[in-house]
Design a protein around this ligand. Structure first.
Ligand SMILES: Nc1ncnc2c1ncn2[C@@H]1O[C@H](COP(=O)(O)OP(=O)(O)O)[C@@H](O)[C@H]1O
Ligand SMILES: [Mg+2]
Length: 300
């Protein structure tokens, strides 16, 4: 199965550098999370990957060859602005879109019915799209991206506005697609979701890719963190320990960040000095913490 490669892609809008040599590869069978603040360049990258927007420089390749009009029909795309015909009914719309991508009428029907059932839209299949709830419209949008059995999936904010059940359905479908060997890339603001779902993550900031790797790789260089539960401890007990920063403190425990040369046994002794210690463990930083760090460029 082929990879999707974004290779040194650049784009300007007048004086605004929207993308500055952005490169990353979404491997076959991989779920890749693309995260960044508003205006960072996610949508621009995805539109260039699909070929609906031309880059000023760089190249997008699928299976080693530049994306062309023919390969483009093999991409399943969910645009940020969404792109359904509001007055068309769900089933005929999906059949139409599948046919547009080259499926026979019979295949298109089977595929549309399959995704309608899979995404919980059976009772809505003959409703006009504009009469559906936003969450259901989004399910139809996902079905539209999937109905022609694409070889690559590029989804711009597919989770935004979904209720928790629809989030689970979307997550399952994306995982399943990746497990079948399809490269899947999606953008999102929901970092907990990205951390849970994705094999690898790219973080974009002001048009530059500032991090790219697995969560483990991205957090490997970060300072160690400790979770300490010392129920008898007074608030702020850890504040005076040199090289230790208190990230959070509540009934369930205290989260500490240690500078690299701090011995965790010093922290343990300080904790024991307050009374019993029920929990004492290291953890890695969350993607949210990592994201704050890289998008502020370590300024804070
Ligand atoms: N059609 C356009 N004309 C001018 N500037 C644009 C256009 N589309 C995007 N931009 C600018 O390019 C940058 C990246 O935007 P975008 O890719 O939409 O970011 P994101 O999807 O991460 O929020 C922003 O500064 C945005 O204002
Ligand atoms: Mg966007």
């Amino acid at each position: 199965m082929p990879d999707l490669e974004i290779d040194r892609v650049s784009k300007r809008y007048g004086n605004v550098v929207a993308l500055d040599e952005v490169s990353f590869t979404v491997r076959a069978g991989e779920l890749f999370g693309f995260v960044g603040s508003n205006g960072a360049g996610k949508t621009t990258t995805m539109r260039i990957a699909l070929g609906v927007l031309a880059a000023d420089g760089g190249e997008v390749r699928f299976g080693g060859t530049p994306v062309t009009h023919e390969t483009r029909t093999r991409i399943g795309y969910m645009p940020e602005e969404r792109g359904l015909y509001p007055k068309m009914k769900v089933l005929p719309q999906l059949v139409y879109l599948a046919e547009l991508h080259g499926m026979s009428t019979g295949e298109a029907h089977r595929s549309a019915e399959n995704w309608i059932a899979r995404l919980g839209l059976t009772e809505r299949r003959l409703d006009e799209v504009q009469k559906l709830s936003l969450g259901n419209q989004q399910r139809v949008q996902l079905a539209a991206a999937l109905v022609h059995d694409p070889a690559v999936l590029v989804l711009d904010e597919p989770f935004s506005g979904l209720d928790p059940i629809a989030v689970d359905v979307m997550s399952d479908v994306l995982r399943e697609k990746a497990a079948n060997g399809v490269p899947v890339v999606f953008s999102s603001h929901q970092l907990d979701l990205v951390e849970r779902l994705c094999d690898r993550i790219g973080i974009i900031r002001s048009g530059r890719l500032v991090a790219n790797g697995t969560v483990g790789e991205l957090t490997a260089g970060a300072n160690a963190q400790l979770v300490v539960q010392a129920p008898a401890a007074y608030p702020g007990w850890a504040k005076q320990i040199p090289g230790v920063r208190v990230l959070g403190e509540d009934q369930s425990g205290t989260v500490l960040e240690l500078e690299s040369d701090v011995d965790d046994q010093t922290v343990l002794r300080a904790a024991l000095a307050t009374g019993p210690v029920r929990e004492f463990r290291r953890r890695r930083p969350t993607l949210t913490e990592l994201f704050r760090h890289v998008v502020t460029g370590g300024e804070k």
